[in-house]
Design a protein around this ligand. Sequence first.
Ligand code: ACM
Ligand code: ZN
Length: 735
Amino acid sequence: MSVLLAAVFIAAVPTVLGAEYDIIPKPQSITPVVGVFLLDGSTTIDSPADDRSREIAEYLRDAIRTQTGISISKNKTGNNRIEFRFDPNIVGDEAYRLTVSESRVVIEASDSKGHFWAVQTLRQILPSTRGEVVAIPAVVINDKPEYAYRGHMLDVGRHFFPVEFIKRQIDLLSYYKINTFRWHLTEDQGWRIEIKKYPKLIAVGAWRKEPDGSTYGGYYTQRQIREVVEYACVRNVQVIPEIEMPGHSVAALAAYPEYSCRQKPLKVTAEWGVHKDVFCAGNEHTFDFLKDVLDEVIELFPSPYIHIGGDEVPKDRWKECPLCQQRIRSENLKDEHELQSYFIRRIQQYLESKGKTLIGWDEILEGGADRNVVVEVWRGNAEAAKALAGGHRVIVAGPFYFDTPIKNKTLKEVFFTDLTSIPSYFENRDLVLGAECPLWTENVTPVNAESKLYPRLQAFAEVTWAGNGGSFDDLRRRMAAHYEYMDLLGIAYGPEDRALAEYGIARVPSIAAWRLTGVKGFKDIKFRYTTDGSEPSLRSRSFTDLLDVSRPALIKVAPFRNGRQVDLSKQFALTANAAIGGSVKYANPIDTRYAKAGEAALIDGIVGSRDYNDGIWVGWQGADMDAVIDLGSPRRFTSVSVNFLQQSNSWIVLPRRVSMFASEDKETWVELKTIDTGADAMDMDTSIRTITFKQPKSITARYVRVNAVRFGKLPAGHNGAGGESWIFADEIIVR
Ligand code: ACM
Ligand code: ZN
């Protein structure tokens, strides 16, 4: 480097000293020192000779080249150098000291984990300027994590995420010192890991039929899994697989129904929620099968932990299964809860025999669990207290569900989530391994996952590495640099405290049109839409805040930002309806929770989707629907139709009987149609039933009445047995 150039940098020193650092998570201590280290092509890396140290040096060399364009020398003898040293005095598995002085950069740790985290810190203080030489301000950073376990779980069962997506997230987990990627590989809706001994797990279990008739799915080959594990390992991230049992296993049982209680064919389900078909705990072959599966899983994942799920296990099938009942008797178990405990214990003992520790969701405590299992707490502080009282180590996930809408779990709320404020955690600090932020993917795909993960993941990293007590303003100040970094990488992060995109739709009588409004989470979002049922793309027409639609159409809309779609599309079905502009009176008031669109929602031409909570459906619980529409004046029509929703998991059941009537004066009614629907509360598939009256000859009437008789009390065996069913209706269409 020329003397002149050096002088320029040295002149810059006073502004560097006292500079505020943007490091996330915030290190335990940062002490700026006078001077700069000049990194250039002559800089060398001096590191220990073991394989991992060499790997870390190579990672650092690559990172410096990517960030600055500088290729540092492989020659170890230079004066200007980055030096890695093992120092047993630096206490803690992941602790490190990073010292930048004018003459060198020294990275000290008692093991290579600390060395690697120091590299991630160095990347964050290394200027992202391209040139022959970059100046790193002199500093001493002493750092170590507050919690040993800092994880992120991704559910690849509900939606599939390609290997490239996973690797990109692992890069970021590592950048933020999150040391665990929890791969939730099996679900009711999809089995995603190749198991050689049971090929149908992927041939059958990885694929489901969607409501629109299409096939959805995907899986990872064992080669791809090894590739991801290796990729993560280089980056100081352990990968812990989750193989769900005994519940959340419909996809596995669709492939091998012989391990279910009923031993009857099942389909990989496309319905979210909790499913009753679970592994049979009475059948020895179930355990043989699971051991075989775990044998292959153990081969693929070097982590000391294996997660086996264990959550949300309905006991219905076990109650009626002779094998399960036989097991309860032969093992002297009290009930099905103890059968769950028996199941988990057997798996735990098997894993232990292979040198692995079992992690399970907090339901594994049902009926008691071996003290050595690790409990992942999701249902709340009571479960945490129970686990800790039993001497179990815990991982806290409940407060960090990133599938929660951003406005209900803001960046600030994540930042201020303080585990030690909960007495049982505080009192049993040694048993609290750390925390995990799960991303469940019922409504998440690679399109919108990053908007849910970031920037909340940065706050999560800060809380789990640095602990609580920091300043939120300071985090936000530091985030500026991290938004720049994510922009550079093309990460589609979300807003800090509001939705990426929200919509409103209403019929506006004054303009005789529907008005679709879009509320943007970022100013530079553009809404793009189609009217032919296709997915919006970058070439679709756009609007910025609102769109008026005067003709019936199927609108699909999605937000776009930085040249890509950033959230899933939403669909609005607008239909011609002679009742639009009329009024409706209800004999029984609509439930206020499902009356967002107002009294006229049933006749506004906006048709409810498969999502009962879309704000468009109108609902009644424990009451019949009895709606009288006033068309305003006598009108001619040939058809009346009405849609009802069935989603029995949410207690929404078709009405038993539907009748339609017409009247000129609201006194004399003519019956148009009455139909018994054959409603079945035990049918758990979501569906929309349209009841239609239609005749060739037109009718003239001013009033139309639709009466729907509720299903009533939910039957035994239903998750809401004894409770009152709901009727969900939308829309009543008169034509
Ligand atoms: C869970 O959310 N079912 C662990
Ligand atoms: Zn059984």
